[in-house]
Design a protein around this ligand. Structure first.
Ligand SMILES: C[S@@+](CC[C@H](N)C(=O)[O-])C[C@H]1O[C@@H](n2cnc3c(N)ncnc32)[C@H](O)[C@@H]1O
Length: 267
């Protein structure tokens, strides 16, 4: 199994940047079970043999996406969202008063809870945003995560994680055993497939970038590369929102931090 795990680890690193620890072997095995079933592989060893074939690119991507951690919940960590409404949005509304356009990017948005939390906060602003074009672009490399995010359908358990009851009632409709986000919030978010390892220029430039709970899985070298790419997507005076209390080391080192005007890492 050690040999198979090494190969799976390499594939995951190449496809997603995620650097998996040896102690995650059991977790990987459990996560891959549905793929074994779907493709009719009797064991992980058979799957790894298939993964080595050059024409199995799609399978390699599927495996990487399956192993990735999709964990997310509404208003996760609270502080970044309070900071968004109390500081980021008012400051940006001052600075973008002429164009009345604000672009927000949720990079690695998983199943949608993060961008929808922002969308609900924007709706809560009410008339203040009349005449403004506030765009939320949410990206992830996982097709499964994007499918769920686009559907905007969450279980009772998922809506109980972080979402205030008042917001549940206001922004969701009951749908079977779950809850579906209403178009008012859903239509504020455009979901797109994007791998953080790739160039992001085609997404355009942003005023706020949320990139949370994903770089923790990358090694230092990759973190620096990804942060460099994100930095080039910032508009002047853009605001960064990390999950960590302190800026990631790569962030602190690079010079674009000063050029970008405001740097808000301590959320
Ligand atoms: C733990 S979730 C975090 C979701 C959300 N940002 C939050 O804080 O709740 C990490 C997400 O990163 C995505 N991810 C991992 N590697 C990626 C990559 N190379 N490119 C894009 N997304 C990636 C995973 O698919 C997963 O949805």
């Amino acid at each position: 199994m050690a040999h198979e795990f090494k190969l799976l680890r390499r594939i995951l690193k190449e496809r997603s940047g995620i650097d998996l620890n040896e102690d995650k072997m059991d977790l990987v095995e459990a996560k891959l079970r549905p793929i074994l079933k779907e493709y009719d592989f009797p064991s992980i060893a058979h799957l790894t043999l298939a993964l080595m074939k050059p024409d199995n690119d799609h399978l390699r991507s599927r495996v990487a996406q399956t192993i990735a951690v999709l964990e997310s919940y509404f208003f996760r960590d609270k502080a970044p969202f309070a900071y968004f409404t109390e500081t980021m949005l008012p400051r940006l509304m001052e600075r973008r008063a002429a164009s009345r356009r604000i672009r927000i990017w949720c990079a690695a948005s998983s199943t949608g809870q993060e961008p929808y939390s922002l969308a609900m906060l924007l709706s809560e602003e009410g008339r203040k945003l009349d005449g403004w074009n506030v765009e939320i672009v949410a990206t992830d490399f996982s097709e499964e995560a994007l499918r769920k995010a686009r559907a905007g359908l969450y279980s009772q358990f998922e809506v109980q994680r972080g979402l205030p009851v008042s917001m549940l009632v206001k922004f969701f409709n009951k749908s079977g055993n779950g809850w579906q986000i209403k178009p008012e919030a859903r239509d504020r978010v455009a979901f797109r497939e994007h791998n953080l390892l790739n160039d992001c220029q085609e997404l355009g430039r942003f005023d706020i970038i949320f990139c949370r709970n994903v770089l923790i899985y990358f090694d230092e070298q990759l973190k620096t590369a990804v942060l460099g790419r994100l930095a080039r997507s910032w508009r002047r005076m853009a605001i960064w929102c990390s999950a960590r209390r302190r800026a990631p080391p790569a962030c602190r080192r690079t010079s674009w931090r000063c050029r970008s005007g405001i740097m808000a890492c301590s959320v």
